[in-house]
Unconditional design. Structure first.
Ligand code: CTP
Length: 401
């Protein structure tokens, strides 16, 4: 199934580089064309000769050939590839990619690449958990690069923890899945909401919630990378996103979110409401800052429009509507009620009882409940992986799209 696919592998300086020959073999056996670009340091971990023999292509390391002065074009290689897989990515190369530093052939090729980029970090656990590394990974994801998460395991330092590059057979499967699903949402328009809403109390204060927007943004990234035209209506979050397939509309309040969603919904094949919309807003927000002159303060709250219910009423046949349910008790019962009452096709249930699930973090544990009675319990995993499975479930025949 990879016959004729052009795959560029970028190797940086990490002990995990010794596993790349196995990846090259797997790709070649499936018929892919493989080219490899390496940093000079990575050649201490795996030899260019091994890699050029397996790939049947010259391996590039330096920007130019010192013997005859000829130039190795990073632009040509970056444009040649259907997919660029950076594996392993050291902390140093990760930082350069995030900052746009182009001081070797690998990082210049990365900057010039036009194709989707996957990156598989490999480093010691403390380096991996450093806030700089976390920030760099988030930055790369916000640019549309796809993370192949490192695993927990024994590391070269002898320590045990997160930072071990994913195994070659799993990376190989990620590549195969990519080509399998590459355009399975092409021609579909998808509305996605994300983040909290802020309901003004006065010009400086608001009622909000802890939603980070990460789940909705992960779904938007996944949908766009599978060829969908995405409209992402986002409440106030600190996340950024840049993908040519995503139109980002920023809103503050539930009323603003409702207006945008109701306008775009009729054009959309699929709608996924991941936002944590406020259920109540202040009846009459103060036009000026409220002074602390009284001992107590009462705010009159009024119910906001339930956007999802409105969309459920507007839904035409052949359209697919997905809601989220954040529950603390009677989880399944409450989620099924929402699924039915809001005329949904699928609901994604988050239970706050599950550690690592819900707001804020990078992981989530959800159950998917479809209107035809199917339940899929997913394990605790990254929000990016949850996003893949939500999209897969929408497209699967089981959920009657
Ligand atoms: N939702 C919405 N508009 C609202 C409130 C919620 O569109 N005003 C959507 C959310 O985006 C989510 C789903 O409805 O997809 C369920 O949200 P949730 O907060 O779990 O449930 P509510 O319907 O608000 O009910 P409750 O708070 O009573 O559990």
């Amino acid at each position: 199934m990879l016959k004729g696919k052009k795959i560029l592998i970028g190797i940086s300086g990490s002990i995990a580089a010794y596993k790349i020959p196995m990846l090259v073999r797997l790709l070649k056996k499936e018929g892919a064309e493989v080219k490899i670009v390496m940093t000079p340091v990575s050649c201490d971990f795996v030899t260019p000769l091994t890699l050029s023999t397996l790939s049947q292509q010259p391996v590039l390391i330096e920007p130019y050939n010192k013997v005859d002065g000829s130039w190795n074009s990073h632009v040509d290689w970056g444009r040649w590839a259907d997919l660029f897989i950076m594996a392993p990515v050291s902390a140093n190369t990760l930082a350069k990619m995030a900052a746009g530093i182009a001081d070797n052939l690998l990082t210049t090729t990365y900057l010039a690449a036009k194709c989707p980029v996957f990156f598989a970090p490999a480093m010691d656990l403390d380096m991996f958990n450093h806030p700089t590394t976390k920030r760099n990974i988030d930055t790369l994801i916000s640019f549309g690069n796809r993370l192949i998460e490192p695993q927990v395991g024994e590391l070269a330092s002898g320590l045990c923890g997160e930072g071990r590059m994913e195994e070659p057979d799993v990376i190989f499967q990620v590549i195969k899945d990519f080509f399998l699903k590459i355009n399975d949402l092409s021609g579909k328009k998808i509305l996605i909401t994300a983040g909290p809403t802020y309901e003004a109390i006065d010009p400086v204060r608001y009622i909000g919630n802890h939603s980070s927007g990460k789940m909705g943004y992960a779904i938007a990234t996944e949908a766009a990378s599978r060829g969908a035209e995405v409209v992402l209506v986002s409440g106030p979050v600190s996340l950024t996103i840049s993908h040519p397939g995503i139109k980002l509309i920023r809103v503050n309040s539930a009323a603003e979110m409702a207006k945008e969603c109701i306008q775009v919904f009729p054009e959309c094949d699929i709608t996924i409401m991941a936002a944590a919309v406020a259920d109540y807003s202040v009846e009459v927000p103060s036009p000026v800052k409220i002074k602390k002159s009284e001992n107590s303060l009462t705010l009159e709250l009024t119910k906001t429009k339930d956007i999802l219910s409105e969309l459920g009423k507007m839904k035409k046949s052949g359209r697919f509507l997905v809601g989220f349910a954040l529950e603390t008790n009677n989880e399944n019962y409450n989620a099924v009620q929402k699924l039915t009452n809001k005329n949904l096709d699928l609901i994604v249930l988050n239970s706050l009882k599950d550690e690592g699930a819900g707001f804020g973090g990078d992981t989530n544990k959800v159950t998917l409940l479809s209107k035809n009675g199917k339940n899929i319990d997913l394990p605790l995993q990254s929000k990016a992986k949850v996003a893949v499975q939500i999209i897969d479930a929408i497209l699967s025949k089981d959920t009657t799209l």
